[in-house]
Design a protein around this ligand. Structure first.
Ligand code: HEM
Length: 215
């Protein structure tokens, strides 16, 4: 079938990576906005979480779709990594890659797998936290632990490195590449990952340093 052939072709796989990557960045924007309410007070954050969970069907559909998107991104990403390795191991291969190898692009599979590890720890800690404890209390308890927060901050740094290449790569796949916009594109490729690092990392530091003691 043409559709399966397209999806398993090189361009098909790149498109899946770009589209799922874009959806994940959009998810991160909604997540970071929700997390920012932590800086207001535990009551504001709790009422945000309660409001979210007052629509269980929407939350379920959203979570399952997110799971599918993450799965597609990871599985196709690992395929591409494997193919690239085969290509660079072949003596006769002519490389078709136009990307200059930066630290971020070379380490994509490793930063990606570290983020996946973070997601297991994170979802186990928060989404499956005991239902008789308020989520605002769980956030303070978990992130109040120095090593738990440190692990989070290392994962956010990995996310920043991953996105700094991923966002740029996504724009190339979608054909967003014009001399007039290149300055804007390079600002966004750096600015968006740093923005996530600032807010997500800020929340972890808030509890890690004891600043959030009265939260
Ligand atoms: C300090 C930073 C973060 C905090 C405090 C935080 C907090 C939370 C909380 C409380 C939940 C559970 C929401 C609920 O069920 O009520 C959650 C879910 C989740 N978080 Fe985070 N998060 C942070 C960073 C991140 C990052 C960086 C990512 C992605 C790389 C992420 C991905 C997710 C995912 C995938 C879910 C499950 C969403 C769903 O099932 O629909 N989180 N987070």
């Amino acid at each position: 079938m043409w559709f399966v052939r397209f999806l398993t072709s090189s361009i098909g796989k790149k498109l899946i990576m770009a589209a799922t990557g874009l959806l994940l960045v959009l998810f991160l924007f909604t997540h970071v906005a929700g997390n920012a309410t932590i800086f207001m007070s535990s009551e504001v954050f709790q009422s945000y979480a309660d409001e979210l969970h007052s629509h269980p069907l929407i939350v379920l559909i959203f979570s399952l779709s997110l799971l599918l998107v993450i799965l597609a991104h990871v599985v196709v990403g690992l395929f591409l990594f494997y193919e690239n390795r085969q290509e660079s191991n072949s003596r006769y291969a002519v490389t078709t890659r136009v990307v200059k190898n930066s630290f971020a692009s070379e380490t994509m599979p490793y930063t990606g797998l570290f983020i996946l590890l973070f997601l297991f720890v994170h979802i186990f800690g928060f989404t499956f936290s005991p239902k008789d404890v308020l989520i605002s209390v769980t956030v303070k308890e978990l992130l109040g632990n120095f090593f738990y927060s440190l692990f989070y901050i290392i994962a956010f740094i990995a996310l920043t490195i991953h996105l700094s290449h991923g966002f740029w790569s996504m724009l190339q796949t979608f054909g967003v590449n014009h001399p007039r916009y290149n300055t804007l594109i390079s600002r966004l490729t750096l600015g968006i990952p740093l923005f996530f690092l600032l807010i997500f990392g800020g929340v972890a530091l808030y509890f890690m340093t004891g600043l959030g003691a009265s939260y």
